[in-house]
Each structure stands twice: as C-alpha cells, then as structure tokens.
Design a binder for this molecule. Structure first.
Ligand code: SD4
Length: 326
C-alpha cells in the first residue's frame, strides 16, 4: 500500500469555506485517508472538482435540507460545467459522436432511481431522482428515459460543445479505444452525504468512458456498482473503469465490508484489491472508491495514483490524494 501526501486547495474562491485547520491536519498524519470521525453534516465526493460540488451540497445541509437534496445540488455543479469532460454538458461523446449520460441516486432507506444512455439532458442526476420519486421503477434507459425527462419538464439540449467535437474529430483519425487512466475516464462525480438527522444519500453522474461504443453503459447508473447506501452502515461510490467496477459489484461490496467491521478505507481497499487481483498488469486500470459510514468516518482508495477526493464539513474541507494499491 502506498500512502500519499495530502493536497490542499487555496481557500480564497470557496465562499468562506476553509481547509480544515493545520493543527487538525497535523493531528491526523497517520494516513491521508485516516478514518477520523467528523460531525454531520458531511459531504464526500470524487476528484478535485468535488470541492466545489461539496460546497453546494453542504449549503443545502446547512439550510436544513435532506442529504438527498444535498447530493442532487452537489452533483448538478459538474454536470453543468462545460470544462468537465466526463460529466453532463461538455462531456466527451461515444465513438459515433453522441454524448450519452448515466446517473443514479440512492438514499439510506434503499429508495433509488437511475437513468442510463440518456441523451440531450444536462442534469441526469435530477432525472434519476424523478425516476425514484415519480415512477414505480428504479431505472429508465435511452429513448424512454429521454421521453420521461421531457414529460417531467427537462429541456432538450445539445451537450456536445465545439471544443469537444474537435477533440472527437481528432480522435476519429486513429479511432483507437485505449482509455488513458485518470484522463479519458477522469471526472465522474460520485457524492455521499450525511445530514443533521443522520440520514445518508448518494448520487453519481457521468458521460462515461470517452469514445465508448454507442450504447455502452458503465457502472455509474448501476445501484450496487457505482453507488450503494444503507443508513444502518454507510455509503460508497465509485469512479474509473466501469467494467471493472461492475464485475465486482464494487460499492455494494464496500458497504457490506463496512457492515462486517471494516473502516471506510479498509473496505475501499478490499474492493480495489479484488480488481487488481484479476489482472496480471493492472497498471492500465484506474478505479477509485470512496466511502462514508454512519459515524461520519470517510475514506477512499484507488488502484493507482492520481485519484483524489474531497471531504467537506461545517468546519472546512480537505482535498485528499487517495492512497492507492500500485
Ligand atoms: C464509466 N465509471 O462510465 C465511469 C467513468 C468514470 O471518472 O468514472 N469516470 O465507466
């Protein structure tokens, strides 16, 4: 196991939220991922942009809203951000030039909703929530998901922006599908939150692997793979090579390991190790898990370096370079 150093953002632009104080940091140098318990409300999410997403989520929690409201608001931030190449608007298309989106939400009582292979809707996480709240189903895909979204009042939009279209045209010259770890699959948002009442929720949203086959769906809309939440134990979410995460039913595994007594980091490490063990050379793979238990302990673990996650509470935020296996 490799321990990495913590990395912190400058605080200025973050609306009053400051990093956890340096004395607190000093007190927890055991590991970047030490499972220190923090007080609810608390939000944890994947990658560097998780800091901004967490801020929006925390604001909801501080206004007394539920953890589900928080994750929806938080996930919508990268979904609307055109500079994020793996989520929503501005996401990279499949090999035929279509931006197709996957997302899901789940709460601590097992209620969940999901959309997959959804096109033209900027906020799939909100459609997933509508599936959970307004239908007897868990998952809608493709044209049916789009039809449902339009019926619910979502706007049909072009999600492929010019800059990304050019990138796709460039890619087409060789048309080789060899996802570059931490780059062509970087940026899926997975978020977990615990509110004042101790209720957990999670959300996940992605445009999936860049240049994927038309129709390919990854782990991100799959309850149990990219997301699992249980108020009795905790919650987990995933990012990275979706096929790898699906094969081990990753997030469910993480939550079940926590049920058996693992800390969040230990549980995430077990999921990563199951992926690594399946490969002679895992260096081309990236998959990262983050987890939050009901006591407010948070942690993460990844196959290889380059994965980060943000933890945000009322007393500040922390951006952590995840520990990793290889
Ligand atoms: C997928 N897991 O579609 C997603 C991609 C991802 O950061 O996580 N990107 O396989």
């Amino acid at each position: 196991m490799k321990f990495s150093r913590k990395k912190f953002l400058k605080t200025a632009a973050l609306g009053g939220l400051v990093p956890f104080s340096s004395t607190k940091l000093f007190a927890r140098q055991r590991s970047a991922n030490s499972d220190r318990s923090r007080k609810a409300p608390l939000v944890i999410s994947t990658w560097n942009f998780g800091v901004e997403a967490n801020r929006a989520a925390l604001e909801e929690l501080q206004n007394g809203r539920s953890s589900m409201d928080a994750v929806e608001s938080g996930v919508r931030i990268p979904e609307a951000d055109p500079s994020n190449r793996t989520v929503g608007y501005g996401g990279r298309p499949d090999r035929d030039g279509h931006v197709t989106l996957d997302a899901c939400v789940m709460d601590g009582d097992g209620k969940c909703g999901s959309v997959a292979f959804l096109q033209h809707i900027k906020h799939p996480v909100s459609v997933a929530r509508k599936v959970m709240e307004e239908t007897p189903h868990v998952m809608l895909v493709g044209r049916g998901a789009l039809q449902f979204a339009l019926e619910q009042g979502f706007k049909k939009e072009e999600l492929l922006i010019d800059e990304v279209r050019k990138e796709w045209e460039e890619w087409k010259k060789d048309a080789e599908y060899r996802p570059i770890p931490n780059i062509e699959m970087h940026d899926t948002i997975g978020m977990l939150a615990i509110d004042h009442s101790g209720n957990l929720s999670g959300g996940c949203s992605t445009s999936g692997m860049a240049w994927k086959m038309h129709g390919r769906v990854g782990d991100s809309p799959l309850i149990g793979s990219a997301l699992f939440v249980d108020n009795e134990v905790g919650a987990a979410t995933a990012t990275g090579h979706g096929e790898e995460i699906i094969r081990i039913a990753g997030s469910h595994l993480v939550v079940e390991r926590m049920r058996q007594g693992d800390s969040p980091v230990e549980a995430c490490r077990e999921a990563v190790r199951r992926i690594v063990r399946r490969h002679d050379d895992p260096s081309e793979i990236q998959a990262g898990f983050i987890a939050l238990n009901k006591h407010g302990e948070a942690g993460g673990y990844a196959v290889r370096d380059g994965f980060s996650y943000a933890v945000t509470g009322s007393d500040g935020y922390e951006l952590i370079d995840s520990d990793h296996e290889i």
